[in-house]
Design a protein around this ligand. Structure first.
Ligand SMILES: Cc1ncc(COP(=O)(O)O)c(C=O)c1O
Length: 459
C-alpha cells in the first residue's frame, strides 16, 4: 500500500488509497493521499487531524441545510423502523413516495403532472432522455433520437448523462459522447462573445447557432434540449437575460422537448425555489436531486408534464408496462428525508434567507473585482463563480499548465475553506443556512487565498 505524505501515521489516511476517487488524478492520489473528513456541524467540516474548514461548496453543490439537521436524522430513523424498504413497481406504492410526489407537484414552478423517482442526478437525466425517446415513439416519430445540450454542461455520468454533458474529461478515453448527442456554445458572454458584440447580439448568434444545427440535423431527428438554468460544474455560467427567450422560441418552433436540469439550482439555490423561475423557463421535464434531500440520502425526482405523461402512459399500455425501473426508485427512507427537507425549507424560510443574503454574498465577491487576478464575478442567489485571469483588460486566460485555479483552492484549503476550481474559475455554493457573519469569514479566507495566488503568479 502506498505511503501517503499528508498523513503518514494515520490508519484512515492510508485506507483512502484503496478507493478509486472520482474527479481525482488517480496516480497523484497514490502519492499524496487526500484530506479525510471526519465530521460536520452547520457549514463546517473537520478532518481527521482536527482541522476545521468552511464547506464553501456544500460538498458537491448539495448539502443545502448543512450538517447536524436532527429533524432529517429523526425522519430517517423513524422510517427505517417503520418500513426501511419498499418499491414502486407492479402497482405497489408507499406513503413516503406518495407524500413527496404530491408535495413536489404542488411546488413545481410550472404545471407538472407526475414524478418519476430515481437515486441521483445522473439517473434523473438518463431517465429524462429515455422518457423523451419513449415519448417520441408514442407520438409516432421514432426518428427523434438526438439530444442537444451545451458544451461545458454537466448532466451527470451514466452513459446518456455523460453524453449530454459537454465536458472533455467525461468523454476522453471513454469513447463518449454517444452518437446523436450534440453540443452548442454555452451562454457565457464574458468568454464567448465576439469583440464588440452586444449581449443581445451574442444571444441572437447563439440562438441562430441552435437553429442552424437543428436544420442541418433535421428537426424531425431531435428529441430534446437539456439545459441547466444556470450552469454549475461548467464554471457557474449565468446566461444573459435575453438567452432563454430566444432559445425557447426555437424549441417551440421545431416542437423539441425542453428538459431543465435543476440538480444544482432547485430548492432555493438561485433565490427562488427553482432555477426555472429565476431564468424564466417553460420546461416539459425538470430533474431535481442534491438539495431535494439536502444530500442526507441519495434521491432524485424527475417532474413530467401532462403532455409527456399522457403519451408515455399510452405507450406503456401498448407495450404492457413502462419498462424503466430501478430497485431503489423512491426509496422510502430517502423519500421521507426529502419530504422533511422540503418542510424545513418552508418553515425556516430558506428561500427568503437566500434572497436576503444574496446582495451581501454576491456584493462581497464583486468587491474582489478590484483584485488584480479577478476578471469576472458571476452568480445568482448563493451560487457564484469567480474567474481568475492573466490580464483583465484583454480577458486573457492563464496558461492551463500553470493550474492557477487549482493553486488558489489549495491555498483556500490551507486557510480553512473548501472551494472548487473549474479551470481558473473558483466556484462557491455554500450551505443555504450560512449567516452573514459566516460569509464574512468565508470571504476573508478566500481573499487570503487570492493574495497567495497573486504572489505565486508574480514569482
Ligand atoms: C447539473 C447537474 N446535473 C446532474 C448531476 C449529476 O448528479 P449525480 O452526481 O447525483 O448523479 C450533477 C452533479 O453535480 C449536476 O451538477
Amino acid at each position: 500500500m502506498a505511503t501517503q505524505k499528508n498523513h503518514p501515521n494515520s490508519y484512515e489516511a492510508r485506507d483512502s488509497a484503496s478507493i478509486v476517487h472520482p474527479l481525482t488524478n488517480l496516480k497523484t492520489h497514490l502519492e499524496t493521499g487526500g484530506v479525510i473528513i471526519k465530521e460536520g456541524d452547520g457549514i463546517w467540516v473537520t478532518d481527521i487531524d482536527g482541522k476545521k474548514y468552511i464547506e464553501g461548496m456544500s460538498g458537491l453543490w448539495c448539502l443545502s441545510l448543512g450538517y447536524g439537521q436532527q429533524r432529517l436524522v429523526n425522519a430517517a430513523t423513524e422510517q427505517m423502523q417503520q418500513l426501511p424498504y419498499y418499491h414502486l413497481t407492479n402497482h405497489k406504492s408507499h406513503t413516503p413516495a406518495i407524500e413527496l410526489a404530491e408535495k413536489l407537484l404542488q411546488i413545481a414552478p410550472v404545471p407538472m403532472s407526475k414524478i418519476w423517482f430515481s437515486n441521483s442526478g445522473s439517473e434523473g437525466n438518463d431517465s429524462a432522455a429515455r422518457i423523451a425517446w419513449y415519448y417520441w415513439h408514442s407520438m409516432k416519430q421514432p426518428k427523434r433520437r438526438k439530444m442537444i445540450s451545451h458544451l461545458r454542461a454537466y448532466h451527470g455520468n451514466t452513459i446518456a448523462a455523460a453524453s449530454l454533458s459537454g465536458m472533455h474529461y467525461n468523454h476522453a478515453s471513454f469513447g463518449l459522447p454517444l452518437d446523436g448527442f450534440l453540443h452548442i456554445t454555452p451562454p457565457h458572454y464574458y468568454r464567448f462573445a465576439l469583440e464588440n458584440e452586444s449581449e443581445d447580439d451574442f444571444t441572437s448568434r447563439l440562438a441562430s447557432e441552435l437553429e442552424t444545427l437543428i436544420n442541418s440535423e433535421g428537426a424531425d431527428t431531435i428529441a430534446a434540449f437539456f439545459t441547466e438554468p444556470i450552469m454549475g460544474s461548467g464554471g457557474v455560467i449565468v446566461p444573459p437575460d435575453s438567452y432563454y427567450g430566444k432559445i425557447q422560441t426555437i424549441l417551440k418552433k421545431y416542437d423539441i422537448l425542453l428538459v431543465a436540469d435543476e440538480v444544482i439550482t432547485a430548492f432555493g439555490r438561485t433565490g427562488n425555489m427553482f432555477g426555472t423561475t429565476t431564468m424564466n423557463l417553460q420546461p416539459d421535464m425538470i430533474v431535481c436531486a442534491k438539495g431535494l434531500s439536502s444530500a442526507y440520502l441519495p434521491i432524485s425526482a424527475l417532474m413530467i408534464n401532462e403532455r409527456v405523461f399522457a403519451a408515455i402512459a399510452e405507450q406503456s399500455d401498448e407495450i404492457g408496462v413502462f419498462g424503466l425501473t430501478f430497485t431503489y426508485s423512491g426509496h422510502p427512507v430517502s423519500a421521507r428525508v426529502a419530504s422533511e427537507t422540503l418542510r424545513i425549507y418552508e418553515e425556516d424560510k430558506i428561500v427568503e434567507h437566500v434572497q436576503a443574503l444574496e446582495p451581501f454574498f454576491l456584493g462581497s465577491l464583486k468587491a474582489l473585482l478590484s483584485h488584480p487576478l479577478v476578471g469576472e464575478v458571476r452568480g445568482r442567489g448563493l451560487l457564484a463563480g469567480v474567474e481568475l485571469v492573466a490580464d483583465k483588460d484583454s480577458k486573457k486566460a492563464f496558461d492551463a499548465n500553470q493550474q492557477v485555479g487549482k493553486y488558489c483552492v489549495e491555498r483556500a484549503e490551507f486557510h480553512g475553506l473548501i472551494l472548487r476550481a473549474i479551470g481558473d474559475t473558483i466556484s462557491f455554493c455554500p450551505p443555504l443556512i450560512i449567516t452573514e457573519s459566516e460569509v464574512v469569514l468565508l470571504m476573508a479566507r478566500f481573499k487570503q487565498a487570492l493574495d497567495d495566488t497573486l504572489e505565486m503568479v508574480q514569482n
